[in-house]
Design a protein around this ligand. Sequence first.
Ligand code: ZN
Length: 232
Amino acid sequence: MSLDFESGYFFDLKMVCGGYAYYVTHTSYKTFTSTGREVRYPAPVNVRNFSEAAHFFGQHLHIIQAEEDYHNWLYKKGWAIVPENMVKSIMPQWLKSAECVKAATQIYTDVEIVSPSALKHYTGRMRKRHVFERDKNTCLACGAAEEDGVKLTMHHVRPFSRGGETTTHNLVTLCESCNERLGTEEVTELYEKAGLHFSYDHSIIAGRLTRKVRNKAIELSDNLMQTRCEIW
Ligand SMILES: [Zn+2]
């Protein structure tokens, strides 16, 4: 595939649910809100890298160079690459910035589409029990177990104060003293210890992960954001 533009916007348009669709796009940091969350906005990518990635993952890549291509893609959905001036002229509403939370998948999510419980600091009893069970009722940092007489606590790997979600994908079990010791230090190895680190978005990788694909996905999924869009 030969493309006559080097820089453009990448979008992965997903299914409509509850009357709206959402898309994943590459983003840049804009600012922090007073609550510590990042505000991010769509940023151009290197078109060649994304066409290679599309080929690598066996994804069809829509090239939008006319309004007709745009409408065709809205119908078919999936991956698209659009030259910068084209986005600005026919689809400027796709360039809005959004306040985000960040999950273990390394993907930022627009707070407008995350579940309200992910935005609360404290977690419910059911979710807490689920996380403790997943982590076999032991501290993932020092290995101490509840039966040794330590008190187990919930810990946000990406700190809540820096936009981390309150979901099972960002919460791990730590004993009280490890939790205190780590404070707001972000120790990403904890995701791996909880078996969370490679739970990447299925639209980016389908099927079994090889090491090569996994590394490519890490490279590709860094700085991605999912946000909602109004099409109809
Ligand atoms: Zn511990």
